[in-house]
Design a protein around this ligand. Structure first.
Ligand SMILES: [Zn+2]
Length: 125
């Protein structure tokens, strides 16, 4: 189940950004996952609670934006929607295509909650 390693990778990215932000907690994280990224969302949802337990992401909202697969046929040059990597062009049935969208697997954005109390200024000595 490689969704666990994906989730742990997201946790790494989030914790690094969180430390650099100086925020008090993470309100939400938005992931962009393409239809062709090879991620089973059900599996990702299943492993998520154990992946984020005890990390900066624990309790943060998880928002998934899924993007559809898009390809341009290399034979007839028509764009078409792709559900699977191996789909043929619906116009000419060619399997030669250039996939232009749907393989995304990104942390798109995160929302931080900053501490209300003033932070002590960093000391230079
Ligand atoms: Zn075609």
């Amino acid at each position: 189940m490689h969704e666990m390693s994906i989730a742990l990778g997201v946790v790494d990215i989030a914790e690094k950004a969180f430390r650099e932000s100086g925020a008090s907690r993470i309100e939400s994280i938005t992931l962009q996952i393409g239809a062709l990224a090879g991620v089973q969302l059900e599996s990702l949802y299943f492993v998520w609670p154990s992946a984020v337990a005890g990390t900066a992401l624990e309790g943060a909202d998880r928002i998934i934006e899924s993007t559809d697969g898009q390809a341009v046929c290399l034979e007839c040059e028509q764009p078409f929607a792709l559900k699977h990597h191996f789909d043929a062009c619906p116009h000419c049935n060619s399997y030669f295509k250039n996939i232009i969208a749907g393989k995304e697997l990104n942390v798109k954005s995160m929302a931080f909650i900053m501490d209300e109390s003033p932070q002590p200024a960093p000391s230079n000595n």
